[in-house]
Every structure is written in structure tokens, then in C-alpha cells.
Design a protein around this ligand. Structure first.
Ligand code: R5P
Length: 303
């Protein structure tokens, strides 16, 4: 039977896109706060025996987690055969080791919490540095969609004679793939993070000043990485760069600060709803759900 897609607040567009692409239907879910701040949830859709997909991107996750956990538990109570989660941005992957004594390794803790809510997970380009893949963090089947080909296609379409620029040496493999498919050369910056909102970036010697720089990154949060890179490019005599990010989280003031830094344009993927969205990942998500969903569906839910 076709899946029922349940949108968490703010995820309606994604839910409708998935419903179109997966031949499913969007179910009604009501969320509200009781006067004491607790969460009320009510699902108004027949779920018995159905494959249920929760649509919930996880930027700014703290306020989203409990409603998501309650929606998943309610869907199970109402007889869903399985409850999957499509979270195009997956939070809490950056604290992937104990950098200082006493710190929580929240990537692991969040992975455990989410694994207890859903039967499977689909996401886009999770920020994996020290964890080799999501199975190091999640105990449920996960499928990862990769936005690189979409980024390359966007660059080919919008940027004349591009030079692709990655934020740091760790990004080289990914950046080189984006550049190759965009038919462009690439360079990677050297980056040192000094604090949450302080980074130092240096541009290696380049000889591509005739090209249009395109900064690409998986996450844009404070935008300090991109802003510092814009400055180095200005100093080196480059034209205003295009900024392309997969997940545009944009902390308070970050988007305006990046625009004011002197960029040609900012484009992000629809993994996090934002005015800079220009690259639609819904087809990627649907494809990943199709792959994972058919594998999951081939198993007996009871077994
Ligand atoms: C770091 O490893 C990531 O790839 C990004 O470069 C980083 O998250 C960007 O953060 P911000 O926008 O705060 O500089």
C-alpha cells in the first residue's frame, strides 16, 4: 500500500513533494502546545498496516525532537507497519568526539535517541568526519543521498568559467567530485577554527584569477568560513564569488553578513527551508526512500 507521509511543522512542502514522487498521500498531523508548554499531537489519517514516513528536517533540532518522537510513537500506536524518517538535514553530527574532558559526544547520543524512534532513516550528505558512516552512530537502516551532482549541475548552469573552492582539506574528495562534474578546476582552503564564530582561512597560491570563484560547503552555519574565504578571494583579486551550500543553517545574522561580504549569489539545497534555496533535493530523497523502503518492506514487520 502507498505510504502515508506525515509532515512535522514546517515540512509541508517536502511532504507534498515526497507524496507526489512516491505516489503516497500526506496525512494530517496536529501539533500544539498545552498552556504548560507540553506538546499535543494528533494524527488524523488511517495508519493501520501502512508504511508511514515522517518528514522532518533537523536544523535547530532541540525543539523538534520531542514532537517527532511523539509523532513516531503515535503512528506506531495507531498500527503503522513501519515508521521511517526523512530528515534531509541530520543534526548533531559535528560533536563526534570528546574534544575536551567531560564533553558529551552528542552525535552518538542523538543517534541513539533517533534510532529508538524510527525504523529507518534517509538523509542528505550527513556531516561525517570522524564517524566512518552513519552505522557508527545509528542502529537503524540508513540511506544517504548525495547532493554533489545537483551542486555541479547548478554551477554549470549559473556560473561562467567556474573555479570551485572547498573550505578545508577534509572536504577535498567531495569538492573534487563537484568540480569534476562541473567541468571546473578546484582548490581547497586551509582552515583553522578558533571558536564557534571565529575561523581563520588561507587561500593557497592560485593562478585562476580569470575564473569565477564558487565556494562550496556542506554546511553554512555562522557563515564565518565563507565570509573569511570571500575576503581572501578579494585580496587575491578574484571576482565576487558564488556561494553554494548543501545545508543552509544560517545562524542569526549569518545570511545578511554573507550577502554584505560582497558575493555574487548564494544558493542552498532545500534540505533546510531558506530564502537561498535554489537546488531541489526532493527527487534525491524519493530515490533513497525507494531503495531503502523496498528493502525494509521486504522484511516482515512482525519479524
Ligand atoms: C566544517 O567542517 C563544515 O564543513 C563547514 O565548513 C562549517 O560547518 C561551516 O561553519 P560556519 O558557517 O559556522 O563557518
Amino acid at each position: 500500500m502507498n505510504p502515508v507521509i506525515l509532515p512535522l511543522p514546517g515540512n509541508g512542502d517536502m511532504a507534498h513533494a515526497l507524496a507526489r514522487l512516491l505516489d503516497g498521500e500526506v496525512g494530517e498531523v496536529e501539533f500544539r502546545r498545552f498552556p504548560d508548554g507540553e506538546t499535543f499531537v494528533r494524527i488524523d489519517a488511517p495508519l493501520a498496516g501502512r508504511e508511514v514516513i515522517l518528514a522532518c528536517t533537523l536544523a535547530r533540532p532541540d525543539g523538534k525532537f520531542l514532537p517527532l518522537a511523539f509523532a513516531a510513537a503515535t503512528a506506531r500506536d495507531l498500527g503503522a507497519a513501519r515508521v521511517g524518517l526523512v530528515a534531509p538535514y541530520l543534526a548533531y553530527l559535528r560533536q563526534d568526539k570528546r574534544f575536551h574532558d567531560g564533553e558529551g559526544v552528542t552525535s552518538i547520543h542523538f543517534g541513539r535517541l533517533l534510532s529508538a524512534c524510527a525504523d529507518w532513516l534517509v538523509t542528505v550528505d550527513p556531516h561525517l568526519h570522524r564517524h566512518r558512516d552513519l552505522s557508527a552512530v545509528y542502529t537503524i537502516p540508513c540511506a544517504v543521498a548525495h547532493a554533489a551532482p545537483l551542486l555541479s549541475a547548478w554551477i554549470r548552469r549559473h556560473v561562467p568559467s567556474p573555479l570551485v573552492i572547498g573550505p578545508d582539506s577534509e572536504s577535498e574528495q567531495w569538492v573534487s567530485a563537484v568540480a569534476k562534474q562541473a567541468g571546473a578546476p578546484y582548490v581547497v582552503l586551509e582552515k583553522q577554527r578558533l571558536g564557534d564564530r571565529e575561523v581563520r582561512v588561507s587561500l593557497p597560491p592560485t593562478s585562476h584569477q580569470g575564473r569565477t570563484p564558487v565556494l562550496v560547503d556542506d554546511i553554512v552555519s555562522t557563515a564565518r568560513t565563507m565570509i573569511e574565504a570571500v575576503r581572501r578571494l578579494q585580496e587575491a583579486g578574484y571576482a565576487p564569488p558564488f556561494c553554494v551550500g548543501v545545508h543552509g543553517l544560517f545562524a542569526e545574522g549569518a545570511y545578511d553578513a554573507l550577502r554584505e561580504a560582497g558575493v555574487a549569489a548564494i544558493a542552498t539545497c532545500t534540505t533546510v527551508a531558506h530564502p537561498s534555496n535554489a537546488i531541489d533535493v526532493a527527487p534525491l530523497l524519493a530515490q533513497a526512500v525507494g531503495q531503502l523502503g523496498s528493502a525494509a518492506l521486504s522484511k516482515d514487520p512482525a519479524g
